[in-house]
Design a protein around this ligand. Sequence first.
Ligand code: CLF
Ligand code: SF4
Length: 491
Amino acid sequence: MTPPPTGLLTPTAAPAKTKTKSGSCGCSSKTDAAPSLDEKMKARIEKHPCYSEEAHHHYARMHVAVAPACNIQCNYCNRKYDCANESRPGVVSELLTPEEAAHKVLVIAGKIPQMTVLGIAGPGDPLANPEKTFRTFELIADKAPDIKLCLSTNGLMLPDYVDRIKQLNVDHVTITINMVDPKVGEKIYPWVHYRRKRYRGIEGVKILHERQMEGLQALREADILCKVNSVMIPGVNDEHLAEVDEVIRANGAFLHNIMPLISAPEHGTHFGLTGQRGPTPKELKSLQDKCSGNMKMMRHCRQCRADAVGLLGEDRSQEFTKEKFMEMTPEYNLETRQEVHAGIEKSKAEIKAVKEKAVETLHAVETLHVTSLQDSPKILVAVATKGGGLVNQHFGHAKEFQVFEVDANEAKFVGHRKIDHYCQSGYGEEATLDHIIKAIADCKAVLVSKIGHCPQEELQKAGIQAVEAYDVIEKVASEFYAQYLQNQQGE
Ligand code: CLF
Ligand code: SF4
């Protein structure tokens, strides 16, 4: 069993500050007062790795592949693979019965106690397989009541099931909405199968759009947190997604997740075969920035597969294939899990204190380097991390880099870049290093726990400084930023 993650932080971390509670008027409030709306919302998302960016560094999710059928066709999907709304094309999940799925969840809840969310996201559409989906949720709610239940759907059948979803205490629902204008939708959906009839072209898209809007509103009325996923398809809906963002926001969506189209001929999808490209990281970030407004924007999605297990960005599904997990005895234990979660919360509080200090380091550059908070340059840094909010991974072991944008105000997470890892066989590979350098070419630094001399030199030649550290990401990023500005002034 994974030990409780206390002491994740290096000894340099400051202890959490004790805060006095105070109301907006500045007067202190009673500690036993009813939680505010913000506090209630915080409690609903703080252990959900998709709904809370902070949680994704600490808590894991798992999916069970119980839903094979689908009722629409998306041009980025090939039914041989998982639902491309929630998973990378090119991987196929082993289908499970609800009973097998419940067994798997109880096994993993024991082995990975920081797993807090069970999602059903495919491989088809969960609400095109309502009995399997709801039976699975029932079994898990009964045996593992502390696990949050989560559902991701194309929305076609959602209005029919909101009451059932509420009854089962499913508090998080994702709808994939790629358009609010059926003319745009025509280029994405060739057909929709609704109430035993297949509708082609715009007729089907109109039904899908109406049902998605109806479902979104029904979730708001039922007070279920709704995230909207949108697939960004350059030349098809990229310019339209700002309007989608406005419409879903007005209709009560809590979070918007704009994901890049993943498209290649070998996936056998319509878009793959017709050469439709996905967006570049720059195009994606620019659209996310444009849409961020007042609404929360999810930027840490990993487009995970329908049987994903682990922290977002780590894939432990191969440790739990059907053959393996059916041999394992469930070790679900509520008390142990609660202890582990308390350890994580302690570690989060320590990290929060360090982050607050990091902001002070950033603000200090205003006086040190004669730059104002508003006009300070923004730079990107890449981070190698195994989770926990720390720079704690060797350059050669990273399969992805998290990307943080830093200016004199803050160091904030803005995305991630997938890479082939450099030490595939224990030796660095030149082609891989070239690929990594290309993937993070717009970053000024890469923050790692360790890096070899050779890759360090090659990165330097490409204008990327390697920074070795083992500490809270925002602290290392802020210190690098101050140093970077100083060097710029010296030039
Ligand atoms: Fe799964 Fe989706 Fe629930 Fe998360 S995934 S059903 S909301 S528990 Fe998360 Fe994976 Fe992105 Fe989905 S990273 S693909 S957004
Ligand atoms: Fe494929 Fe998912 Fe679209 Fe259905 S909703 S066609 S499974 S991507």
